[in-house]
Every structure is written in structure tokens, then in C-alpha cells.
Design a protein around this ligand. Structure first.
Ligand SMILES: [Zn+2]
Length: 484
């Protein structure tokens, strides 16, 4: 890096980015970043003390300021003082996405409700930051999260959650030797989301060293734009939706494009699990570290994968639990519940993420003491549980159909879980797919599923993507019917 770039990074990272963010009420980004760089090495007991202290404050705040939680507590006779330790939190019922959809106004701090209503009727795009929000009363931003299916979840924030997210991202990039102010390209612009206009794009470029690129519904023309913009901008970090980055990497590989003039140092995928074949493709194309953030818009970044491959939880700001089932799956996984511990205007307490995984305190080779998220198998609806309690994740199908022996012979696949343990596998065949290929596949699947499960192959000419441009690898018809 030359002297100009180093000075530019320092000016953006330590002055322009935090100062302009602070004006949008996204405050204390650098302070939190520095704090996180200390706390990530704390002894586990001390991290738990931090969480317990925050949890106690949160529960009091929620009870006294948020109608939804007060009613929820009163209904079961729970007092804020009953929640003293992390284990006590299980007394509070988990929060579902549907409840957030139904009660979003009652989940906001009642003092901020008038401003949330103003945000509802504002012509500002969803999630758009408010200039000089710090000095305004009506600083509430309305945002939505689409989830994988169904109606969008509406939620509100005053900038605090975004500020915290930025601080987590700074810590995370720091794990890979990348400091504040490093140039970053983000493939994340969405039509249903905050769509920056030309002035905002320039603002981001010069004040934040950030290049915004398209992130959904991408076609060849968009990839061409990304390629040219990246060659011009030369980011150190390439950040984006998993589907967008994998799609772009596929474009680069198929066209034989040379990315060496703008090879990033780090690729970060977000908003969907990264499957093994996607990660392999990104590594092959960009020849750099490839990592993943697990999270959701409404609760922020939950966990990030360190250079040693461990998903570390942002434990100082979140309480992440695995829901205890009476009959847990054989590998101990359960649904992930998240509590936002910081006092923000719309806290989420024991929010159902809809993902299956497990939490551990296993030491990581990187030395950080934050808890880990493990066995993240996928969405609850995408997992097939065999009669002997084994969970079959979407990754199993990726490994099967994307294996070197099959990847040429199968262009696309979709697995449909139907009622009565019936599995339909739709395949778009490629060159070299023969009867023996089907026989081999069938034998392999028979070894993994018990005899009473019916497996049927269906050959189709194409499998259409969803509106977002993502291909659904697993469709669970049984989960849809029961509304899981
Ligand atoms: Zn680690």
C-alpha cells in the first residue's frame, strides 16, 4: 500500500467515517470497536458477567418502556427482578417472526412511538439513514427484513443498532488484518431496500471508502458493471450477499476474466449460509480469505467466522441460545434464539432465527474466548429429520450433487420434501448423465435414508430461480402446510 492510500485509510477510518456516522446517530463506532478488541480475549466468565449485567438492564427497560414485553411478562406473572442470571431467561417465551409482524408498533419504546409512526408515513426509503439525526427528535428509521418467505418484518431503530453493526464489522475485518477505512465494495443494493441515489453513492465513496454495487436480480450486464467498477475502485474487501458474490465469481470464471488487478484481500459473504461449493468457487476465483457473517437485519450481525474457521458470536452485544427441545436431535442441535442486549428502541428478546445450530465454548486456535456457533445446518424448514433423529441439511445435497463425480452431469437440482416421508429430486441433466448415474445416486441415497423413505427422481428442462434470483435447493412442502 502506498503512502497516499495509507493516509487516506487513516483519514476515512479514524475521522470521516466515524464523524459522518455520528451525525446519523450511529455513534461510538470506534469506541465500541476498541472495546470489542479487548473483550474478545476476556475469560469466558467475565464475558458472561457482561451479558448478565446487560440482560438485567434490558429486562427492566423492556418491562417499563415497551407495552409488548410488559404484557408478555404480566401474562405469566414474571417480574423483571426474576431475571438475574442467563439461565433465567428461559422463563421468557421465545419471540416469533409472526409476533413481530403483528405487534411491531407495540414493540417500540412507547416514548418513540410517535416518531415510528412518522417514519411509517415518511417518503424516505426503508432503512435510509437520516442526515443530522443526532440533532433531531424524530430520528427513528423504519426498516424491513424480508426473511425467506412470507410478509416482511417491519422494525425500527434510531441508528444505535447500525452503529453497533459497523463496530462489529470493524472488529471482524481486523481479524483478517484489515483496519478501519480500508476500501470496500459491497454487492448489496436491493430494490426493496434502501437504494442510494447518485449523491449518496459519491458520499459513501469519498467519506466511507465504500463502493455500492448491485446485489440482487443480477444478470450478465450487472456482472459486467461490477467487473468494471471493481477494476476502477480496487477494494481491499469485497462484501455482499452470498448469492451475488457466488454469481459474480461464476461469471468471472466462465468468462476467463483476470481479476489480478483488483484482487481483494478478503471476501465476506452475508445474508445466507455459504455452501461449500460457493466457498470453493470464491477461493478459486479471488485467491484470498473467504469468510461469512451470520445474522439478520433486525438483530444485526450475530456471528462471524475467524481465520481459523470458527463462527464467533458477538457475545458482548447478544445473547445467543439454542432452544432446548424435549427430544433434541441426535447431534444436540436446536433452533437458534437471539436476544439483543443493548438498550435500543426495539429490542428483540429470545427471537426465533428459524435456523438450526448449536452453541459451544470450545477453545479456538485463534485464542479468542467468544462463544462459537456450530453445526449451523440451515433453516428449520430446510432440514429433513430421519426416523433415527439424524438431521439432513441442505449442505448434504450440495455435497452430493456438486461432488466432482457429478457436478458435470447435473446442471441444477432441487429437493422437495413431501408429506409421508416422500422425497422428490428434480434434476436438470447435463452431458454424460446416464442410467448408471441414476443407479449410483440411488444406491448412495439408500445408504443415507432408511428403507421406508420413498425417493423419486424427476427430470426437468429447467428449474426457475425465486424472484430474488436465488435458487431454492430444498423445498419443504410439509413445513409450508403447517406454517413452521
Ligand atoms: Zn477463532
Amino acid at each position: 500500500m502506498n503512502v497516499f492510500n495509507a493516509l487516506n485509510e487513516a483519514a476515512v477510518g479514524h475521522l470521516l467515517f466515524p464523524a459522518t456516522s455520528s451525525l446519523m446517530n450511529r455513534r461510538h463506532i470506534l469506541q465500541n470497536f476498541r472495546r470489542f478488541r479487548r473483550t474478545e480475549w476476556y475469560p469466558p466468565e467475565r464475558l458472561i458477567e457482561i451479558q448478565e449485567s446487560s440482560l438485567r438492564k434490558l429486562v427492566h427497560y423492556a418491562y417499563h418502556s415497551i407495552p409488548f414485553y410488559r404484557e408478555r411478562f404480566d401474562a405469566i406473572g414474571l417480574r423483571p427482578d426474576d431475571i438475574r442470571h442467563l439461565a433465567d431467561v428461559t422463563a421468557i417465551p421465545p419471540l416469533t417472526r409472526q409476533e413481530v409482524i403483528d405487534h411491531h408498533h407495540r414493540m417500540v419504546d412507547s416514548r418513540c412511538l410517535p416518531y415510528a409512526r412518522m417514519a411509517d408515513s415518511s417518503s424516505r426509503g426503508t432503512g435510509a439513514p437520516i442526515a443530522f439525526a443526532r440533532f433531531r427528535r424524530e430520528r427513528v428509521v423504519r426498516n424491513t427484513s424480508s426473511g425467506s418467505t412470507g410478509a416482511p418484518t417491519i422494525f425500527y431503530e434510531d441508528g444505535a443498532r447500525t452503529g453497533l453493526n459497523w463496530a462489529h464489522e470493524l472488529r471482524f475485518r481486523n481479524w483478517f488484518g484489515i483496519g478501519p477505512g480500508a476500501r470496500e465494495a459491497r454487492m448489496a443494493r436491493v430494490s426493496t431496500d434502501y437504494m442510494p441515489n447518485g449523491r449518496d453513492l459519491l458520499f459513501r465513496k469519498f467519506f466511507w471508502n465504500q463502493l455500492a454495487l448491485p446485489g440482487v436480480n443480477l444478470g450478465e450486464k450487472d456482472y459486467e458493471i461490477c467487473h468494471r467498477s471493481l477494476a476502477d475502485f480496487r477494494p481491499r474487501v469485497l462484501w455482499g450477499f452470498t448469492s451475488a458474490l457466488a454469481g459474480f465469481a461464476g461469471f468471472v470464471r466462465d468468462r476467463g476474466i483476470d481479476v489480478s488487478p483488483y484482487r481483494p484481500e478478503l471476501v465476506i459473504t452475508w445474508a445466507a449460509p455459504m455452501y461449500e461449493h460457493e466457498e470453493a468457487l470464491l477461493r478459486e476465483v479471488f485467491q484470498c480469505h473467504v469468510t461469512n457473517i451470520y445474522g439478520a437485519r433486525e438483530v444485526g450481525h450475530i456471528a462471524c467466522r475467524c481465520p481459523e474457521g470458527t463462527f464467533h458470536i458477538n457475545q458482548e452485544s447478544l445473547l445467543v441460545e439454542r432452544e432446548d427441545h424435549r427430544a433434541p436431535a441426535s447431534n444436540g442441535s436446536g433452533e437458534i434464539l437471539v436476544t439483543t442486549l443493548d438498550l435500543t428502541i426495539m429490542p428483540f428478546i429470545r427471537y426465533r432465527m428459524g435456523d438450526i445450530g448449536t452453541i459451544s465454548s470450545r477453545p479456538c486456535a485463534c485464542g479468542r474466548t467468544l462463544q462459537n456457533l456450530e453445526d449451523l445446518l440451515g433453516r428449520t424448514g430446510e432440514i429433513f429429520t430421519t426416523r433415527d433423529g439424524r438431521m439432513i441439511s441442505p449442505n448434504f445435497w450440495c455435497r452430493t450433487f456438486m461432488s466432482p463425480a457429478l457436478s458435470e452431469k447435473i446442471i441444477r437440482f432441487q429437493v422437495v420434501y413431501r408429506a409421508n416421508d416422500d422425497i422428490l429430486i428434480k434434476l436438470v441433466r447435463g452431458n454424460g448423465f446416464e442410467k448408471s448415474t441414476e443407479d449410483g445416486l440411488y444406491r448412495f441415497l439408500r445408504d443415507n435414508f432408511s428403507e421406508d423413505i420413498r425417493i423419486t427422481f424427476q427430470y426437468v428442462d429447467e428449474i426457475k430461480p425465486q424472484i430474488s434470483g436465488k435458487y431454492e435447493m430444498v423445498v419443504n412442502e410439509t413445513a409450508r402446510e403447517t406454517g413452521v
